[in-house]
Design a protein around this ligand. Structure first.
Ligand code: C2E
Ligand code: CA
Ligand code: CA
Ligand code: CA
Length: 276
């Protein structure tokens, strides 16, 4: 029995070591990318669904490993959170995105830039002045910056709401990301200082396939409308999905491959667009 115990303990130890090394190397890659600027940002258009008018973009972070293979943002953002680096990632994304989208933001007052923040970023008191300085430095308007947060636990809810209000006082708006998953339930919607929600793509992609999800989609459209919240529907890939949403909420905004994939520059309206 002693032998067996030692053996399984050993095997477990190896697994733990492998995991630690993998994690270490991931956070090292994030650190390297922060230092050498190889962490990049791409932009995906957000449109008013009824006429496909582009109303903004979402900034999405990108990182490749040494072999040039993309690392999923879900994976490296988690690693950055665990390594205490996520606030630096947020600063880099903010700096890049404001610089990249500056001309578009200045040319069109109805154009928004959406930035993803971890709960840790929102709780970082130094981020509000950082964001405000960057906005001022670029001569931009705070109300064109939208902050997307995903709540993954109910811990520190009161602290989070207080922190969100500090951003709000500076004129920024919040959207709840991945709405319908995790802890983002309807009950707590009313308690958060938000101007809209983003419906997770899992619901969009189940339209026409799973009756349960269609019922949830209907509810999310109706309740967000009743609460006066804007709705952005994620993962719109087909005209059928778009038509289904529009018949529920004619004023919905959408994001997905149907309208444009994430890219280095603003799609369709492009760099060469004169101005409007
Ligand atoms: P998210 O905020 O839900 O971002 C939307 C994800 O859906 C993106 O994946 C986007 O590429 C993908 N997507 C967009 N349209 C479609 C579609 O029509 N079909 C399908 N199948 N997928 C679509 P991505 O870029 O891999 O990002 C994954 C997640 O990583 C994001 O989810 C966000 O939570 C996180 N993330 C990305 N950038 C940042 C960042 O700068 N900071 C933080 N904190 N998190 C980030
Ligand atoms: Ca997002
Ligand atoms: Ca999302
Ligand atoms: Ca997501």
């Amino acid at each position: 029995a002693t032998g067996m115990g030692a053996l399984s303990g050993g095997a477990f130890g190896w697994a733990a070591l492998w995991y630690r090394r993998r994690r270490l190397s991931l956070s090292q890659q994030v650190k390297r990318a922060l230092a050498d600027g190889s962490l990049s940002v791409v932009y995906q258009p957000i449109v008013r669904m009824r006429d496909k008018h582009v109303v903004g973009v979402e900034a999405l972070a990108r990182l490749s490993d040494e072999a040039g293979e993309p690392i999923s943002p879900e994976v490296f953002i988690k690693a950055a959170e665990d390594a205490g680096l996520v606030c630096e990632v947020a600063r880099l994304v903010i700096r890049r995105a404001l610089a990249d989208m500056r001309d578009e933001l200045l040319a069109r007052r109805d154009f928004d830039l959406s930035i993803n923040l971890s709960v840790l970023d929102v709780l970082d008191a130094a981020l509000v002045p950082y964001l405000n300085d960057e906005i001022a430095r670029n001569g931009l308007n705070p109300d064109q910056i939208v902050l997307e947060i995903t709540e993954r636990s109910t811990a520190r809810r009161e602290k989070l709401v207080e922190a969100m209000k500090a951003f709000q006082r500076s004129g920024h708006r919040f959207f709840i990301d991945d709405f319908g998953t995790g802890y983002s339930n309807l009950a707590y919607l009313a308690s958060l200082p938000i101007s809209g929600i983003k419906m997770d793509k899992m619901f969009t992609q189940a339209i026409g396939k799973e009756a349960v999800c269609s019922a949830i989609v209907e509810n999310i459209c109706a309740i967000s409308d009743r609460l006066g919240l804007d709705l952005i529907v994620e993962g719109v890939e087909t005209e059928e999905q778009a038509a289904y949403i529009l018949q529920l909420r004619n004023d919905a905004f959408g994001q997905g491959w149907l309208y444009g994939k994430p890219g280095r520059t603003l799609p369709s309206t492009g760099d060469s667009r004169p101005h409007c």
